[in-house]
Design a protein around this ligand. Structure first.
Ligand code: HEM
Ligand code: ISQ
Length: 154
């Protein structure tokens, strides 16, 4: 437990690198998720009715970026405060969106794996076990906060 300065730096640094290549990495993120859990496709409004993951879809990109940005913010909070405190109304909103879309616990592991593979692709040679650990921890804490809100509402 405890998130170090080094870990926060690893997450920040890798996200900075990834920002240069959002279109390709967003696509990669979704591709990984659907490879692991093909049925997840039906959850996303912009994927439901297509055979392929649409290239350069603004909604798809925006969604993928939000997940990365929030995980990055989660890392910063973990370092500063020792816990993830998403603004109350954001958390309530995210809890209800995911609940309503039919997202369940195991999906969070799928998205985590997809996220880690995407960071790995995005940073290339900079990838390390330490970086993986930092992203994992930041994601897990954020996912726990969202799931706690989902459980409250269910
Ligand atoms: C929507 C974040 C986990 C599926 C969203 C939105 C955000 C978000 C910001 C957009 C809400 C909006 O603007 O309307 C996150 C974060 C996650 C997470 C930070 C984990 C830490 C998951 C998981 C799944 C999932 C595990 C299941 C595969 C969805 C779906 C939508 C959504 C289906 C609605 C997309 C649409 O059709 O418009 N999520 N999410 N999310 N999320 Fe997540
Ligand atoms: C979860 N929630 C919203 C958007 C997403 C994009 C990619 C992977 C997972 C996601």
């Amino acid at each position: 437990m405890g998130f170090s300065e080094k870990q926060e730096e690893l997450v920040r640094e890798s996200w900075e690198m990834m920002k240069e290549d959002i279109p390709a990495l967003s696509l990669h993120f979704f591709t990984q998720i659907l490879e692991i859990a093909p049925a997840a496709k039906g959850l996303f409004s912009f994927l439901k009715d297509t055979d392929e993951i649409p290239q350069n879809n603004p909604k798809l990109k925006a969604h993928a970026v939000k997940v990365f940005k929030m995980t990055c913010e989660s890392a910063i909070q973990l370092r500063e405060k020792g816990e993830v405190v998403v603004n109350d109304s954001t958390l309530k909103y995210l809890g209800s969106v995911h609940l309503q879309k039919g997202v369940v616990g195991p999906h969070f592991e799928v998205v985590k794996e997809g996220l880690l593979r995407t960071v790995e692709k995005g940073v290339g040679e900079k990838w390390s076990e330490e970086m993986k650990g930092a992203w994992s921890e930041a994601y897990d804490q954020l996912a726990a906060a969202i799931q706690a809100e989902m459980n409250k509402e269910a």
